[in-house]
Write a protein that binds this ligand. Structure first.
Ligand code: NAD
Length: 498
């Protein structure tokens, strides 16, 4: 089985990797980013980051387009461009998917699915919204001026220039989640890619040009978080930062944003629960619980990394999940047999192994030991730990790797307390055939979304976001669009009441 890049991917890797500023491709003048293939630990290519001056140029291009070409287009025409963007994403899904796999290790089928079923669907969905943004009008109860006839009209305006900062784990989806609603709302965008997987950003920028997107409405910069990302968060001419990444960096962004009090939306980490009651369809639960955690080798924000099992079915489900996990092939994402790709970096692999060691020291029992596969490639097999109890570090902290903690419970109230006992509140699922229990528990789980007999059911229409330290605001759906709009109320004096 060859895992060499296709000719199209090779040509893309060998081509220049530039920045898109004000509609022009320009060479980055900042630090060099060596881009590694995490499945082979060899160099894919190099990307030059933007300098701080180039970041300023990108922000001013976005400001000019905000008050120029982009604002002159009505919602209908913005929608036409976004719709063309969706078509081009679909047409180029094979290449974009392959580049995502080379860049971050994801299995190729998953990468293509992210392009077709997440990124393209988001562009198509928000293309529809662009022509449907509307305010309201009403007659206020102006009791201080009872003789005047006043009408109020509200208008929904774009928030302004958006700085989008994304992580490496699913770049096409993460970029689309910011770009599509922001542009639909009439905002303009400066995107900073993740230094660990920057390449998909180039392909999106090319599609922007090919879809007829006006110069400056979308700008691409590459760069490291600590300099270019931090400068964006502090930038006085950026009106909103739309961020997806870790909770620790989310905090830094909030601090940096205080200068101009820019708006901030945050999609952060998680420690999501999968809660299984004895009456659940256990044959469905076992593979679903395994994939809820191990999908993307655990490198996904809504990973169901805590499996709460009722004592009556604990052993059967834990053993079933461990047996299922053993069948998951670990390997290079370009190999069609691969289900679990590598960790993104040597550092992340070491971090996962550290967490397993900490859990064991705290009393967890490995029902499935993680295979530590020799390189090249940052490979690691799935791990399943039983005897995990609420409060252990493995139960509280996001690992971002293929480590599933199993927690035994007897009682509904106690399990809810444990489920809500971490700093996170992103996702979760409840598994039972009892509809009343399903809804009762789903209502009590303190997170942005909960599945009943399904985990992480994402769609363009379904709001997604975190409670507590999993984030601020919501993406997807109408809520996602609202995050890029501000309301202005215009009060009109029609004269004395007739
Ligand atoms: P990260 O926080 O390290 O980096 C994310 C982005 O922030 C990168 O582009 C990075 O360059 C930038 N950054 C780093 N320091 C910065 C700073 N000081 N100022 C501004 N930007 C800075 O996260 P990661 O390792 O790329 O991704 C993994 C994390 O992302 C996990 O915690 C995961 O749960 C989270 N995540 C959340 C969601 C969600 O929707 N809630 C989705 C995917 C990933």
């Amino acid at each position: 089985m060859t895992t060499a890049p296709s000719a199209a991917a090779r040509a893309f890797l060998d081509g220049p990797h530039r920045l898109l500023i004000g509609g022009e491709w320009v060479d980055g003048q900042g630090r060099t980013i060596a881009v590694e293939n995490p499945a082979r630990e060899d160099a894919l290519t190099e990307v030059r980051a933007a300098s701080l001056d180039q970041l300023d140029q990108a922000v001013s291009a976005a400001r000019s387009a905000l008050h120029g070409d982009w604002s002159r287009l009505g919602g209908r025409d913005r929608g036409v461009i976004l719709s063309r963007f969706a078509d081009l994403l679909e047409a180029r899904a094979d290449l974009i998917g392959e580049v995502m796999t080379l860049d971050n290790g994801s299995p190729l089928a998953s990468s293509k699915m992210v392009v077709r079923h997440l990124a393209a669907e988001l562009f198509r969905y928000y293309a529809g919204w662009a022509s449907k943004i509307a305010g309201d009008s009403f007659q206020p109860s102006l009791t201080a001026r009872p003789t005047l006839d006043i009408m109020v009209a509200t208008v929904r305006e774009p928030i302004g220039v958006v700085g989008a900062i994304v992580p490496w784990n699913a770049p096409p989806g993460m970029i689309a989640l910011k770009m599509a609603p922001a542009l639909a709302a009439g905002c303009t965008v400066v995107l900073k890619t993740a230094e660990l997987a920057p390449l998909v950003g180039d392909l999106f920028a090319q599609i922007w040009i090919d879809a007829g997107g006006p110069a400056g409405a979308f700008n691409l910069v590459h760069g490291h978080g600590e300099d270019i990302g931090a400068a964006m968060a502090a930038h006085p001419l950026i009106d909103k930062i739309a961020f997806t990444g870790s909770t620790a960096v989310g905090r830094k962004i909030v601090d940096a944003a205080t200068g101009n009090l820019k708006k901030v939306s945050l999609e952060l980490g998680g420690k999501s629960p999968v809660i299984v009651f004895p009456d659940a369809d256990l044959d469905a639960v076992i593979p679903a619980a395994a994939m809820a955690c191990y999908l993307s080798t655990g490198q996904q924000c809504m990973a169901g990394s805590r499996l709460f099992l009722h004592a009556d079915i604990h052993d059967r489900v834990a053993e079933g999940v461990a047996a299922f996990a053993k069948t998951l092939t670990v390997g290079d994402g370009l190999d069609p047999d691969t289900v679990l790709g590598p960790m993104i970096s040597a550092r992340q692999k070491a971090r996962v192994l550290d967490y397993i060691a900490i859990a064991r020291a705290e009393g967890a029992t490995p029902l499935l030991e993680s295979d530590v596969i020799d390189g090249p490639g940052h490979f690691i097999g799935p791990a399943l730990l039983t005897d995990v109890t609420p409060g252990m570090r493995i139960e509280q902290e996001e690992v971002f790797g293929p480590v599933l903690s199993v927690i035994r419970f007897d009682d509904e109230d106690a399990v809810i307390e444990a489920v809500n006992g971490t700093p996170y509140g992103l996702s979760g699922s409840v598994w039972t055939r009892d509809i009343a229990r399903a809804l009762r528990v789903a209502k009590r789980v303190d997170s942005g979304q909960v599945g009943v007999n399904i985990h992480a059911a994402m769609s363009a229409e379904t709001p997604f976001g975190g409670n507590r330290q999993s984030g601020w605001g919501r993406e997807f759906g109408r809520d996602g669009l609202d995050g890029y709009l501000k309301t202005k109320a215009i009060s009109i004096n029609l004269g004395p009441k007739p």
